[in-house]
Design a protein around this ligand. Structure first.
Ligand SMILES: Cc1ncc(COP(=O)(O)O)c(C=O)c1O
Length: 376
């Protein structure tokens, strides 16, 4: 599906008929072509049970892996399907081998799931350094905390609560100089802006599918660079190379990406994800330019109205956070007007995807100003 104009895509999104939907950093509506992929499969299972399942799984789900891999510049055998981002971070936390006094560098702007899994490593003497930072000195603050004991740097590509798009390559360079690995949470960037994991140089990249990738909850993936975590932290029947022998007395560790998929995968959700990845890949340039145009439009408009913008204008993707006095009340009032955004931290998070319009952004900013005047 090649789009000439981002707005053409609105006919695939019933949400646009009623709502000004600017909440893709929370949950995206699933576009109809992706929804139909899941529906087609579930309908087949309803009619033909295991026959349909076996057909879909025949190629070891490489038809799904390859579409995800294509979107992020990875090889299909580096993509494993996982139920959510948190699971992926845990795979890394418990899949790497740690030594006492190893440290992990992360920061106080992260979504909790980038930090919490590592706290469980305290028992092994591993230290978690949650660097206090801000969207303006982020890279410098992270880099100055990397040292010879740093085993892993765990950060998000785009910050969920400030909208900062991190200069990942700078951080990867400093990590490499100290023999540290880099984990990148890409749930707030994949689908909104171009990503190439090889160019970025990261070792692990993880995303659930339900935000900018416009796919159902339960879909998601982890990219693990070839050669890393060959022995996964958890074993299940699908971790075995000969899993279809169903022999509890024989276990040969699987080498491919199935090694992280301990049991049955949510095929329907991930078929949707593969379809969304296909659509996004075909239109990546148009999508990225529309996403970054709309986020800049929102920032400029907010600034023109003397609003304080938390997101750095020069380092953004699709998230824009504008400061308001009572974020939760403002978001509630906006919903009454069928405008969907999220309150985050000290502000309102506006997250426009490529199919949104300038008019929708303008209406939202004007309503925020009106509500602020009423509430304060
Ligand atoms: C940066 C980031 N990581 C992860 C998540 C969600 O994690 P999960 O996919 O495990 O629900 C969010 C959700 O808002 C997020 O913003």
């Amino acid at each position: 599906m090649r789009l000439r104009d981002p707005r053409e895509f609105r006919e695939n999104l019933p949400v646009t008929r009623k709502y000004v939907y600017l909440n893709h950093a929370a949950v995206s509506p699933t576009p109809l072509p992706s929804l139909f992929e899941a529906y087609r499969y579930l309908y087949e299972v309803a009619n033909r049970g295991s026959i349909a399942v076996n057909e879909e799984e025949e190629d070891e789900l490489y038809h799904i892996r390859s579409k995800i891999a294509n979107l992020i510049g990875a090889y299909p055998d580096e993509i494993s399907l996982i139920p959510n981002t948190s699971y992926g971070v845990n795979l890394v936390a418990h899949g790497l081998e740690w030594k006492r006094d190893d440290n992990i560098v992360t920061d106080n702007l992260e979504f909790p799931t980038v930090v919490y899994p590592f706290l469980k490593l305290a028992k092994k003497g591993v230290k978690v350094n949650v660097v206090k930072t801000n969207p303006y000195n982020f890279e410098e603050d992270i880099i100055s905390n990397i040292n010879k004991n740093t085993r892993l740097v765990a950060i998000s590509h785009v910050s969920f609560n400030t909208g900062l798009k991190v200069d990942v390559r700078k951080i990867v360079k400093a990590a490499r100089e100290n023999d540290a690995l880099v984990l990148l949470d890409i749930i707030q960037s994949a689908g909104a802006v171009r990503i190439n994991v090889e160019e970025l140089g990261v070792d692990f990249a993880i995303a659930g599918g339900y935000k900018w990738l416009m796919s159902p909850q339960g879909s998601g993936f982890i990219y693990v660079k070839r050669g890393l975590i060959e022995d996964p932290p958890f074993y299940g029947w699908k971790t075995s190379a000969d899993y279809l022998d169903f022999n509890p007395n024989k276990f040969t560790l699987e080498k491919g990406p199935r090694r992280f998929e301990i049991g049955t995968v949510d095929i329907a959700a991930n078929l949707s994800l593969a379809k969304s990845c296909e659509i996004i890949s075909e239109n990546m340039e148009l999508i990225e330019s529309s996403v970054t145009y709309l986020s800049q439009f929102a920032i400029r408009l907010a600034k023109d109205h003397n609003m304080e913008v938390i997101t750095p204008e020069e380092k953004r993707a699709g998230i824009v956070v504008v400061k308001v006095k009572k974020p939760k009340e403002v978001a509630k009032e906006l919903l009454r007007e069928d405008i969907v955004v999220s309150p985050r931290g000290e502000g309102i998070r506006i997250s426009t995807h490529f199919y949104n319009t300038e008019e929708e952004v303008q209406k939202t900013i004007e309503k925020i100003l009106e509500i602020e005047r009423k509430l304060n």
